[in-house]
Design a protein around this ligand. Structure first.
Ligand code: FAD
Ligand code: NAD
Length: 510
């Protein structure tokens, strides 16, 4: 881990909750087992991809070794999904109190937000989830757990902590870390990444966030809701550049309301040390120059794959700066070595790592022919409102020459959303023109991450919009919007000829 970052490590502060976390994911008294003569599967990296591979393979009777150099659970548990979502929940509570007046709930003056307590809650919850990914749990599953850095000696052997593990098959699941962009002055200052931001115990009064992707947006909004003055710097226009622009526009509006100052189309970004351990940030955004001194800076401009010191050359595994190269069966250039998760995928999500791992188990241990390309992978950014997406964006359908028809249901037309005061959002589905086959969907709603699963299920099992229209959804729910998209599709099937025929039939039957 680089020293050039504020805070110590992701396991600071050393309080009872972080001690409990470490007790589970890197027990200080752990003794590596004596290696078996040969393993069916050696797994390098105990993040989501590695844990799922190891547990799945061991459950099927394979002799498995799992090698982790830092903390079991990887990014998701320790420095990703889990701590970020705990923090976002606390920030939502703060915003709910702020907005309570709109519901006739008058909160007395003098309400304060205890950031330290919100972080402590996060550490407590993270520690409570940790047993699931713990060294002991995996050892009890019959897996040989090795704490240490794994390095290939050749295509059949991995070295770890002074031992050699001989294997028939191996899977590289070493994940990714925050990348450090070539920003002038970045190497001169201390800055936060996802590995250190969750170690904060005091709210920075002024925070700069570089990068308006999922990490930048989720954290910028949460910290603004806690009361920090947040500057969000982005090279491109707007936020979440991959998303449907109508969708990201709604989230941006909400973030601006929370007080986030967006400096997009950022140019000539420079960083320097300022007095009192602070950071000076200068940038041009939309032609205007900004010169701000901030207490902390969070860098969130994408991920760099953990390919270093792995002995990939010795094993004959091809890789680039984007990660380990795999075919659709997740096999590397060395046929008995596979890869799964962030190390080899553009879909850097926990659930994607999980399902890639399942593919590896089938293909590595059972001569399976499962393909990663066949997965339908949804994703969600947990801002308020959330943006969830599955399948193709409209822009991609144009690029690929797929003719589509788009149906959108605005939440201002959905009773439950009106009653909840959550009308800023929509559910949008693209179907292949002339059919009800769903090609892609975007949902913007407070609970979009939950709502998208209905569309994912439909796409996975090839159920069209017409079938969704046939399913009764409880009233009043926001999920009704998805059924209403089905109704909208059905209305397009009623041609003027069919309509006039029905009218005549009705007149005759009166
Ligand atoms: C702030 C943040 C928030 C996120 N939020 C979400 C979210 O809400 N939902 C979502 O789906 N995804 C989210 N993600 C992404 C998600 O965390 C990753 O996609 C997921 O953790 C990838 O799992 P993995 O197993 O591929 O890699 P990792 O979790 O990175 O695990 C890799 C493991 O390999 C170990 N390792 C590396 N090299 C070696 C070696 N040589 N020897 C031994 N061990 C090694 C590492 O120490 C690490 O434990 C978030 C990420 C971040 C940073
Ligand atoms: N809710 C979720 O599922 C979730 C949450 C957080 C992270 N993640 C995963 O982690 C990955 C990494 O997230 P991320 O937000 O770090 O990366 P990202 O690549 O998704 O976004 C980075 C952003 O930084 C901008 N950028 C790049 N260089 C810049 C520079 N020099 N100055 C200013 N802006 C710059 C890019 O234009 C982009 O908008 C995501 O792609 C996602 O797969 C998922």
């Amino acid at each position: 881990m680089s020293d050039n970052r504020k805070g110590n490590t992701m396991i600071s502060p050393w309080d009872a909750y972080n001690q409990e976390l470490v007790f589970h994911v890197r027990p200080p008294d752990w003794k590596n087992p004596k290696p078996a003569s040969r393993y069916n599967l050696v797994v390098i990296g105990a993040g989501t991809a590695g844990l799922v591979c190891a547990a799945g393979a061991a459950g099927l009777g394979a002799k498995v070794a799992l090698v982790e150099r830092h903390l079991m659970g990887g990014d998701c548990l320790n420095a990703g999904c889990v701590p970020s979502k705990a923090l976002i929940r606390a920030a939502r509570a703060a915003a709910a109190v702020r907005d309570a007046g709109a519901f006739g709930v008058h909160v007395p003056e003098g309400v304060s937000i205890d950031f330290g307590q919100a972080m402590e809650r996060m550490r407590r919850l993270r520690a409570s989830i940790a047993p699931h990914d713990s060294v002991r749990r995996f050892a009890e599953l019959g897996i040989d757990v090795f704490i240490g850095e794994g390095r290939f000696v050749d295509a059949d052997t991995l070295a770890v902590a002074g031992e050699r593990l001989a294997f028939r098959k191996a899977v590289i699941a070493t994940g990714a870390r925050a990348s450090a962009p070539p920003i002038e002055g970045l190497d001169q200052i201390s800055y936060l990444t996802n590995e250190t931001v969750f170690s904060l115990t005091e709210l920075p009064r002024r925070l700069a966030v570089i990068g308006a992707g999922p990490i930048g947006c989720e954290m910028a909004q949460a910290f603004a809701r806690f009361g920090a003055e947040v500057f969000l710097v982005e090279t491109l226009h707007g936020i979440l550049p991959r998303e449907d622009t109508d969708a990201s526009g709604i989230v941006l509006e909400s973030m601006l309301k929370d007080g986030v100052k967006l400096l997009c189309c950022g140019k000539e970004l420079k960083l320097a040390k300022a007095d009192g351990d602070k950071i000076r940030l200068t940038v041009k955004s939309h032609g205007k120059g900004y010169d701000e001194v901030v207490d902390q800076l969070l860098v969130a401009v994408g991920r760099a794959p953990n390919v270093e010191n792995l002995g990939l050359d010795a094993a004959g595994v091809a890789f680039t700066q984007k990660g380990v190269q795999v075919n659709d069966r997740l096999q590397t250039s060395q046929p008995n070595i596979f890869a799964a998760g962030d190390i080899c995928s553009p879909y850097q999500f926990t659930h994607a790592a999980d399902f890639m791992a399942r593919i590896v188990i089938r293909n590595a241990l059972f001569f399976g022919r499962a393909k990663a390309g066949a997965l339908t992978i949804p994703w969600c950014t947990y801002t308020e409102p959330e943006i969830a997406h599955v399948g193709l964006y409209e822009k991609q359908t144009r690029e690929q020459g797929i003719p589509v028809e788009t149906f959108t249901r605005e939440f201002r037309e959905v009773d439950r959303a009106i009653l909840e005061g959550r009308t800023n959002g929509f559910a949008r589905v693209h179907v292949r023109k002339g059919t009800d086959k769903i090609i892609g969907a975007t949902i913007v709603a407070s609970n979009a991450g939950d709502l998208i699963s209905e569309i994912t299920l439909a796409m996975t099992h090839k159920l069209g919009l017409k079938r969704i229209a046939d399913a009764i959804h409880p009233y009043p729910t926001q999920a009704e919007s998805i059924r209403q998209l089905g109704d909208a599709y059905n209305r397009t099937r009623l041609t003027p000829f069919a309509k006039s025929l029905f009218s005549k039939l009705m007149v005759w039957r009166r």
